[in-house]
Write a protein that binds this ligand. Sequence first.
Ligand SMILES: [Zn+2]
Length: 429
Amino acid sequence: MKLRYWLVAFFVVPASLLAGPVFIKAGRLIDGHGGAPLAPAMVRIEGDRITEVGSALPVPAGAQVIDLGGATLLPGLIDLHTHLTIRYGENWEKQLVETTPAHAALWGAYNARLTLLAGFTTCRDMGTTWPYVDVDLRDAIAAGAVPGPRLFVAGSYISTTGGAGDAKQFSDYVQVPLVDNLADSPDEVVKQVRKNFKHGADFIKLLATGAVLSLGITPGAQQFSDEEIQAAVKEANRWGRQVAVHAHGIQGIKAVIRAGVRTVDHGSFLDDEAIAMLKATNRHTFYVPTLYTMVALERDGAHNGVPESELARARMVRVPMQLGFQRALAAGLPIGFATDSGVIPHGENAEELAVRVVLGEAPMAAIVSATSLNAEIMGWGDRVGAVEPGKFADLIAVAGDPLADIKQLTHVGFVMKGGVVYKDELGKK
Ligand SMILES: [Zn+2]
């Protein structure tokens, strides 16, 4: 018993290296599918997988038991929109002038650990200022060199010239050959999509409209043409991959839904027609808002040196974004869960759950969004997002009941990923 905890404290010890199965006992289990919690709960883990779930499982003599007392056990949380390689408070356009890819990699490792310890065992990372640093971070985490969530990465996000992902601080006389992420025709989009997959991206991120945090761009303006967006989706689909799109303005939102992208991220100016279009896709295209960003920008933006012009845009987007979310809720639209971490402090990801509950979402629906629904959206429904046999043993626990107080999830006390315990402040030792 003691030996196991010592090893765990020392670092990554796969349960499979220890003799026999591992059992976790807890006061209740929220399995990620939205049904009534199971109380009490036991989960049997062998190697990196869950093998059995019940209220009272037989424990073979000598088996390892982690007793979390009255805590609530849940699947590891999933964030569909992170920027792990961005140090919080740092401006991405300045990064290109003042930092190196190594800076992004090291802060990426630091932020990945923070995010994992906050209970997020899987993240879809939406891109890095220095292209493909996320590919290396994903692989280092998978190899066990760095603690962090399972990553699904964008590689090098694609923007139009002068668009939301084009760094605009350089004059036309300054060549920045290291960042080659621009495309201005369907053919150029196809080339960028192929280049991304060649270099290890898991999916494509397209910046379809202006952004809040990008010099001189109106968030509402559509930037890629309908034909360019369609070219990206067609090419990514040929590879069996998906396209995630940054979209604030309503014309851009509708264009990307028509093109058949997987997710509409931010979706700030979502209206009833767009909600009806999303519904009609039959769970092919999902709306993925990022509401806590506005709270963090208002709190920290000025201190972090965000220009007043960009803060003004955040204030302009805030209310429509909240209303869009509430309209989607009222319409019964499945809503993905994401934070845009990097724009919010890494590790504060679960604050987004609290914002959504304040805006009217049921705590259980918010939890389903951040677990099984997000897994479905990523195409990872076979491996993560629920506590059931066959899934990876990605489990978290909180001391109280998150259905009564969603803020419990901002203080995760136990984290296991793939059968390895990374944090345990709840277990009886
Ligand atoms: Zn983002």
